[in-house]
Ligand binder design. Sequence first.
Ligand SMILES: Cc1ncc(COP(=O)(O)O)c(C=O)c1O
Length: 373
Amino acid sequence: MIYLDNAATTSIDPSTLDLIQESLKKDWANPSATYQEGQHVAEKLRQAREKLAKILAVDPHEIIFTSGATEGTNAVFYQVAKQYKSGHVITSNVEHSCVRANAERLASLGFEVTYLPVNEEGIITSEQVQAALREDTRLVSLMTVNNETGVIFPIREIGEILAEHPCYFHTDAVQSVSTVDWDFEGWHVDFATFSAHKFRAPKGVGILYVKDPARFSSLLVGGGQESGHRAGTENVPYIVGMAHSLEITRAHLKDHRENYQALTDYLLEKMDEQGIRYRVNGSRSAHSPHILNLYLPGKEASQWLILADLAGIMISAGSACSAGSLKPSPVLTAMFGEGDERLLSSVRISFGLETSREDLDHLIDVFKKGQRS
Ligand SMILES: Cc1ncc(COP(=O)(O)O)c(C=O)c1O
């Protein structure tokens, strides 16, 4: 099988798997327990938090362990709802559904939400944020890297605009992990959300970075774990694994970028050579090279997915499949407008560490045959 859907999830790194298995055997005590076994696990948790804080260049007490980015995002929006009761929120019209759904919920609670429209390249500008900003803006939530197109938003420039404003700034950093240089402090970000399964660690664990945890209210209430910021016994083996995976991923950022860019260039060059008709959806410059969204005329996305699947290749659509019918992707709809032919014939290819040129040769074969049949 050829896996080209790493934006959806990644396989677990073998060294991470070993660490987790060992930790599951050894670190089973409750990290909140006062006896030595518990304290040993608490120490593992502390070390993982410290390691992660170092990688994110933040303070360890600003790291809150969650079940993933969806929970982290819910926690951010809950904080805004609880603290302010009303006001204005800015987001974009291409955010992941976990942000979109939370923005809609705030709207249903009486907040006013501005959805900044992207251009045809899938980009928003800091000027758009500046123009939308109001005195009563409570939250700006904009993703670092788009999960369908790989387009990178100008988070640093936006942060500079927001630095003097009292609103919170949240970035969904899920898709930025393998390719983007971080500077959360320099970006003036108050919250950043991550999911471990996007960087070769298991599902069900993630990080919420909170710049000022002192005024942060927990979404989950119960026990006093995570210094009272997130109730529930921590999954220490998975957290240990997540810290290791993040460490090895971030140690090779430049290599990842170069490798994914070379794979992209190879794929597009070969497609040109073979006369395959395509267009790249999204900016080619403000772009993370691990995601490539392609418009491939001649077949609908669902047909491309089936043809790829029959050839043992896993890719996904720029469209979400629901109840057997293809719904146009909100991201591509935002970029091109309703009714555009690109909405129904686009696919997402996303590279990972194990992706090879031979994998892409097989995919090219599928595209070539598909456009000829
Ligand atoms: C950009 C982005 N944000 C948020 C999420 C949600 O992550 P999870 O389902 O792990 O909570 C995803 C996962 O697809 C994503 O790609």
